[in-house]
Design a protein around this ligand. Structure first.
Ligand SMILES: Nc1ncnc2c1ncn2[C@@H]1O[C@H](COP(=O)(O)OP(=O)(O)O)[C@@H](O)[C@H]1O
Ligand SMILES: [Mg+2]
Length: 266
């Protein structure tokens, strides 16, 4: 498949998200260079999913800025952010179980569909031609991800790992510049993890798409990430290349807990 060209950098500055009485993100900054994998890691509740939710417009930032190239994303609704080339997958499965993989992927191309519903409903030649092109592209993407043999299967009938790959394929069907992945290998077998990691690496290396990877599996993070940002209680406690971050005392403390930390006062 041809690589994305002109992928813009993503720049997050001083990002803060507060929920009633709780600061989920506190002045976080990070930059995702074009065509790289930027991992966001940290213990449970650190603010990783909140970060993806702000980047995709699901949550609103309390303050701070998220820029994709020249575009300010904060304040835009999810469909506008998607239209600027940001696609995502969710921590939990999000594809309709009874819909075939092919139709789910085709729905992923919705924002790229030019002929409206009326033209498509009337089976006008332009709409038929367009649908044929979209189906061809869906097949190409399914082959890239390794699920082409399952295009006719209802998503819910596939093993978990393949369902997650179908979600990834659907996100790719939007032809994004930036892909947001929330724990893509969670719940997978070792085999499925290896396979998914290879697909993610392929997305970066062959398609040149930038990726924000939220992931618990440190093996996957260390193998895939070009750059890592570490969050703990909503704060950025470390950042840099994987091997630097891995040996950072603050990171080790955050993951292992501090043995001499005061117990809950109650
Ligand atoms: N919609 C929400 N309303 C209130 N609190 C939330 C909401 N979403 C997340 N939080 C809280 O924000 C913190 C960070 O959550 P989250 O971003 O899901 O962490 P992670 O993905 O790193 O495990 C948690 O304390 C969580 O309970
Ligand atoms: Mg999460």
């Amino acid at each position: 498949m041809s690589p994305a060209t002109g992928v813009p950098p993503l720049t997050v500055t001083d990002l803060t998200v507060r929920f009633a009485g709780l600061t989920a993100l506190d002045g976080v900054h990070l930059t995702v260079e074009p065509g790289t994998v930027h991992a966001v890691i940290g213990p449970n509740g650190a603010g990783k999913s909140t970060c993806l939710n702000v980047l995709s417009g699901v949550y609103r930032a309390t303050c701070g800025s998220v820029r994709l190239g020249d575009h300010e994303l904060t304040g835009l609704p999810p469909h506008r952010i998607a239209a600027l080339g940001v696609a995502r997958t969710f921590q939990n499965l999000a594809l309709p179980p009874r819909t075939t993989v092919a139709d789910s992927l085709l729905l992923g191309r919705h924002r790229l569909t030019r002929s409206g519903f009326v033209a498509a409903g009337l089976r006008l030649p332009s709409a038929v031609r367009e649908e044929r092109l979209h189906r061809a592209r869906v097949r190409e993407i399914a082959e890239f991800v390794g699920i082409a043999g399952h295009l006719g299967t209802p998503t819910g009938a596939l093993p978990y790992g393949l369902q997650k790959l179908a979600e990834l394929a659907r996100a790719l069907c939007m032809e994004p510049d930036l892909l947001l992945l929330d724990e893509p290998v969670a719940g997978m077998t070792a085999d499925e993890r290896r396979r998914t990691a290879a697909v993610v690496a392929g997305v970066r290396d062959s398609l040149g798409i930038s990726i924000v990877l939220v992931e618990h599996d440190m093996g996957v993070v260390m193998r895939l990430a070009d750059e890592v940002t570490v969050l703990d209680f909503g704060r950025r406690i470390a950042g840099g290349p994987p091997d630097t971050v891995q040996n950072d005392p603050a990171v080790i403390r955050a993951y292992l807990g501090t043995p001499d930390a005061p117990e809950d006062a109650a």
